[in-house]
Design a protein around this ligand. Structure first.
Ligand code: FAD
Ligand code: N01
Length: 530
């Protein structure tokens, strides 16, 4: 008879979340196993190898803080690290903390079933095997399942089709090629300028324009690095008090309480500094339409200044609130459209009808291309978890429970699925924050919770439905008071046809962290421990 391997915990995914979760559990003396579908670690930075892929939170912040030795010794080379550098960092972490023996690559978790009698999860793997674990931690990522557009004829296209989220590891040479890019989110905005440097022509198919702020990327100033490293703990602590958990220099003033000159000066300063901190120029940009409109007008003017053809500038200008779809950060995005070999097809006027062997056909014209880049994003936040067949204690399937949208207590656990934790799950700040600190916060919370269970000889923890309902209601209330539900973003699942329209992340890092602390300190209120 084949023996089924038994672990204290199975961690699904070997991105930044899975790596640190493994490290923490091992520190607690637990036998944990990381199962990763890819052939390497790094998650996002393993899969997204398109030209120009890099972080848009400065590297000094978009990095682990759990080990002071690690954060002191690692040298970032640029303000925003490139994908290869981030991937090297993930591999360095796996080496440095000797994580490899407990990581199983090239293996997908396909199903998890809770055996209530044994108090164990039965975990099914592909290639075929069954393992058991007391705990399962979903470190499966919020942006790890590519969204392939349902365009008729796509499979008939003669040339290669590349999705930015599954980029070939050997790279792609676009020299002399006519390239069609579908999508204008962050991935497109980062890659289009670099594709245009190589390609014979680039045709960008835009369904919705996006706001983008210049990155002003460059090599890191050694004095700035030394300064942060001398006070790293304080720097990190201060960021926990900021709305997005990042050093956005949050301005406490309303955009509507300053005069035009002051407002303009603040926006200009932030545009010159570059990056996502633009969204924290005033305290009410994400809460008040009128305040937001001032930011919108400012960026519109910038786009008009950067794009020479006024009609093209108008087509590239969004009419949604700033930040409602995730703000983008670019290097030469708008300027790239001033080149003769780069053109824009506005799908709002002429939607794509089909792809055929030679290219893309809209209602008004056929565009011949040699290859297609799908920068069409992800089935975000729920995509990876929903693709695992998960059955809880009463035989309920997670896919059924979440059919009308995800429901999770604090984004960490979901009632009826005991001993199963989610890292940066729906209902936590997650993608509305600097993700690395948010990942570490969740890992620490989960590890401490398990430690608490061991100390109190508890073997099962489950979220209470009433607490979960109350939390989900609170998440929605906070979102409804903001600009976020006002446009068709992936935060709402609106980018995936048929997905329930529910705002998934929680807005506000400091209150969230405090709430998690209170709940843990009070002995895990809202959870049943048995
Ligand atoms: P991931 O890195 O997504 O890793 C999840 C892993 O789980 C993947 O490797 C996947 O293969 C694996 N997996 C999923 N399902 C299964 C399964 N069933 N079985 C086995 N394995 C499975 N965030 C920021 O805060 N700042 C940024 O600047 C930033 N830049 C980004 C740039 C890009 C191009 C993208 C796509 C995202 C970016 N993000 C950024 C978000 C980014 O996803 C997170 O910062 C972070 O890397 C997520 O780490 P993770 O470990 O939670 O998930
Ligand atoms: O994906 P997206 P992404 N026909 O969903 C369009 C992080 N990230 O990969 O808006 C035509 O933003 C879609 O149009 P619309 C970051 O969190 C960070 O770019 O749905 N078009 C949209 O324009 C980011 O937000 C960085 O109307 C179709 C685009 O495809 C998240 O990952 C870099 C279509 C998808 O944009 C996702 O970014 C990259 C269709 N059928 C990613 N379907 C940094 O800079 C979709 N689109 C750090």
């Amino acid at each position: 008879m084949q023996t089924v391997k038994m672990y204290d915990a199975v961690v699904v995914g070997a991105g930044f979340a899975g790596l640190y979760m493994l490290h923490r559990l091992r520190q607690q003396g637990m036998q944990a196993r990381v199962i990763e579908a890819g052939d390497g670690v790094g998650g996002t930075w393993y899969w997204n190898r398109y030209p120009g892929a890099r972080c848009d939170i400065p590297s000094m912040e978009y990095s682990y803080q759990f080990s002071d030795e690690l954060q002191q010794e690692w040298q970032w080379s640029e303000r925003y690290a490139t994908q290869p550098e981030l991937l090297r960092y993930a591999n360095h972490v796996a080496d440095r903390f000797e994580l490899w023996p407990d990581i199983q690559l090239s293996t997908r978790v396909t199903a998890c079933r809770f055996d209530a009698d044994a108090g164990l999860w039965q975990v099914t793997l592909d290639p075929g095997a069954e393992v058991q674990a007391r705990f399962v931690v979903m470190a499966t990522g919020c942006l790890s399942v590519p969204n392939f557009p349902d365009i008729p004829g796509l499979q008939d296209f003669d040339g290669p089709v590349y999705h930015t989220g599954q980029w070939p590891h050997e790279g792609v040479d676009f020299s002399g090629r006519r390239v069609g890019v579908i999508g204008t989110g962050s991935s497109a905005i980062q890659s289009i300028p670099l594709i245009a440097e190589q390609a014979q022509s680039v045709t960008v198919f835009q369904r919705t324009p996006n706001y983008s702020i210049p990155a002003h990327n460059g090599p890191l100033d050694p004095d700035y690095v030394a300064d942060i490293k001398a006070n790293y703990a304080d720097y990190r602590a201060a960021n926990w008090q900021r709305g997005f958990g990042a050093d956005f220099r949050d301005n406490e003033l309303s955009a509507l309480e300053v005069d035009d000159e002051q407002r303009q000066a603040e926006y200009e300063a932030r545009w010159a500094r570059g990056g996502l901190a633009f969204l924290a120029a005033f305290s009410d940009l994400v809460f008040d339409d009128d305040a937001n409109a001032t930011a919108r007008d400012f960026i519109r003017n910038k786009i008009q200044g950067l794009v020479e053809d006024p009609q093209l500038a108008a087509q590239l200008t969004p009419d949604t609130p700033v930040g409602c779809k995730r703000l983008c950060v670019d290097t030469n995005y708008y300027e790239t459209f001033n080149q003769d070999h780069v053109s824009l097809v506005d799908l709002r006027e002429h939607p794509i009808e089909a792809v055929d062997a030679g290219g893309v056909r809209t209602a008004s014209q056929a565009y011949e291309v040699d290859c297609l880049v799908l920068a069409t994003g992800f089935d975000a936040m729920t995509g990876a978890v929903s693709r695992i067949d998960i059955t809880g204690s009463q035989g309920q399937r997670l896919a059924d429970k979440w059919a009308e949208g995800p429901r999770a207590y604090l984004g960490l656990a979901t009632a009826g699925f005991p001993n199963l934790f989610l890292i940066t799950g729906p209902g936590s700040p997650s993608v509305l924050s600097n993700m690395l600190p948010s990942i570490e916060h969740h890992v620490n919370w989960i590890a401490e919770c398990i430690e608490h269970m061991q100390r109190h000889q508890k073997s099962v923890i489950d979220a209470q439905l009433a607490a979960e309902d109350e939390w989900v209601e609170h998440v929605n209330e906070v979102a409804d008071a903001s600009i976020y539900p006002r446009c068709n973003s992936w935060y709402l699942g609106a980018n995936v046809p048929g997905k329930s329209r529910v705002f998934m992340p929680y807005l506000g890092v400091p209150p969230y962290v405090e709430k998690c602390r209170e709940i843990a300190d009070a002995g895990y209120t809202g959870f049943s421990l048995g």
